[in-house]
Write a protein that binds this ligand. Structure first.
Ligand SMILES: *[C@@H]1O[C@H](CO)[C@@H](O)[C@H](O)[C@H]1NC(C)=O
Ligand SMILES: *[C@@H]1O[C@H](CO)[C@@H](O)[C@H](O)[C@H]1NC(C)=O
Ligand SMILES: *[C@@H]1O[C@H](CO)[C@@H](O)[C@H](O)[C@H]1NC(C)=O
Length: 477
């Protein structure tokens, strides 16, 4: 009898607690801090990439770096999670729960109790590539070589690498070239250059800084979302779960989220005790908050983003222009490989017109079908090691395969075909590519950066609205 009572009591106790750190089907989309393997679940094939009747003749690639340590400005805040941890343990010990149906479970709490800041991650190593980040970059170098063996040959003079001179980029270059050339990489004199204006034009563009980066309107939709019930309720639920008698500040929630997603990116199989603070629904909201932020900061939400994202599109167009000019001697380099930031990759995708939603993302349409099925999803677009590739093919007219033109361009994102209008599984006619991007490339002089623009948020919003109406009308026609 007493045994039965005990069992019943146990059953009740465990029913009241939710364990979130270990789940059968965890939600692993963490915006710009998603591990590559989570964003790209079934590993893309590394078989030789064949387009019947065509030979790849030029390879263009833009990479984001792999997982890295927290930046110097994040580190002190993340270290302070140790204090928060103590508070949560105290809450639990004191039975400090407004609603026991929602409290963190004992085993999650035990995990949290054992958490401590890794002392080896200090300011000296802020922002550095992690071991995992290095290995993933190496593997990508190898994978590309396997896919395009005739093009990505061991001759280093076929390559040109472009990256800025910092620790993270230099290590990414080292890792990637080890993947391409094996252990010889170090001893080869591989052509490389540092062109910061190409790779980070936004650092040299006062107009963009003023109108977009530092403009409060850029985050106004995010602020709306954060003020909404769906976000506030999330904060309440998380606060309840951690045993606080009040709603903790959103900055604290964001810090926990940051630690959770760094943990899951540094070691994809390890459980992060900080992820136990979040339900699947919470994670989706935090993900949308970052989508909103990046949509206005680097995406279609501000018209200047396309203009500043043009530099790498121009770089690609010039490269392919050279290789598609019918000359007898093959041109060098045949592979142009860049390393840059998530910001620059997003700006480039915007300039390319990829992941464009018909309805703009806003702070008050979270539950709408459009948002739930949105194309602008940073988790899958911009995980660590995100990449955008374009491969120029030279084709012979072939009855079996429908290529209309002698030159074709294959666009890939994160090693998979990029969805682009009027292309076939990422494969576009060269004339279409020129039609679509040549003007943007030709006009890409960044003159606007230093002229006082009269654009303001109002025009930015109307721009989005006009674009929307226009799309709507043209779709109807
Ligand atoms: C970081 O740790 C290393 C040793 O692990 C040490 O040499 C270095 O001085 C530390 N840096 C700071 C800023 O504390
Ligand atoms: C932008 O927002 C910040 C913080 O809310 C505020 O301090 C600043 O004055 C605002 N700037 C403008 C130009 O409104
Ligand atoms: C918050 O918790 C309540 C009660 O469990 C639940 O009904 C609601 O959906 C939760 N809200 C969010 C945003 O997860």
């Amino acid at each position: 009898m007493s045994g039965l009572v005990f069992l019943l009591a146990l059953g009740l106790a465990s029913a009241q607690e939710i364990c979130l750190s270990v789940q059968d089907d965890p939600y692993l989309f963490f915006g710009t801090k998603t591990a590559y393997i989570f964003a790209n679940k079934d590993n893309p094939s590394t078989r030789v990439h064949e387009v019947p009747g065509c030979q790849p003749i030029a390879f263009w690639l833009l990479n984001r770096h792999g997982t890295h340590n927290p930046e110097a400005n994040e580190m002190p805040e993340l270290q302070r999670l140790a204090d928060l941890k103590r508070n949560i343990l105290t809450n639990y010990k004191n039975g400090n729960f407004r609603d026991t149906n929602q409290r963190i479970c004992q085993s999650d709490l035990n995990l949290l109790e054992r958490w401590e800041w890794n002392e080896r991650i200090n300011l000296t190593f802020a922002g550095d590539l992690t071991v995992d980040g290095y290995m993933t970059t190496q593997q990508l170098g190898q994978a590309w070589k396997q896919r395009f063996p005739g093009l990505l040959t061991p001759n280093q003079h076929n390559y040109l690498f472009k990256f800025v001179n910092d620790q993270r980029s230099s290590n990414a270059f080292k890792a990637f070239t080890e993947g391409l050339f094996g252990s010889d990489a170090d001893s080869l004199d591989i052509p490389k250059e540092n062109d910061e204006k190409l790779l980070r034009p936004y650092k040299f563009c006062p107009a963009w800084t003023k109108e977009v980066e530092e403009n409060n309107d850029t985050v106004s939709q995010l602020a709306i979302f954060e003020s909404k019930r769906e976000y506030q309720e999330m904060i309440s639920n998380i606060s309840l779960r951690l045993g606080f008698n009040y709603d903790v500040q959103k900055e604290v929630i964001q810090r926990i989220y940051q630690m959770c997603r760094y943990n899951k990116a540094w070691d994809v199989v390890k459980v992060s005790p900080w992820c136990a603070a979040f339900t699947r629904e919470d994670l989706k909201r935090l993900e949308y908050a970052e989508d909103l932020e990046t949509y206005y900061k680097y995406g279609y939400g501000s018209p200047l983003n396309k203009d500043i994202g043009c530099t790498l599109v121009k770089d690609m167009m010039n490269f392919f222009e050279k290789h598609s000019a019918d000359v007898d001697t093959p041109q060098q380099p045949r592979a142009l490989i860049h390393f840059s930031s998530a910001a620059m990759l997003l700006l480039t995708l915007t300039a390319l017109g990829a992941h464009q939603d018909i309805v703009p993302l806003t702070g008050d349409n979270y539950h709408s079908t459009n948002v739930q099925a949105r194309k602008w999803t940073t988790s899958t677009m911009m995980p660590f090691n995100a990449n955008i590739a374009a491969v120029l093919y030279k084709c012979t007219q072939n009855g079996k395969f429908q290529v209309n033109e002698p030159y074709q361009v294959l666009f890939l994102e994160n090693e998979r075909p990029m969805y682009l209008d009027k292309c076939r599984v990422g494969l576009c006619d060269w004339s279409l590519v020129k039609h679509r991007y040549q003007e943007l490339a030709n006009k890409c002089d960044l003159q606007f950066c230093n002229s006082a623009t009269k654009l303001n948020s109002f025009t930015a919003i109307s721009f989005a609205a006009i674009a929307y109406i226009f799309r709507y009308i043209t779709m109807r026609i």
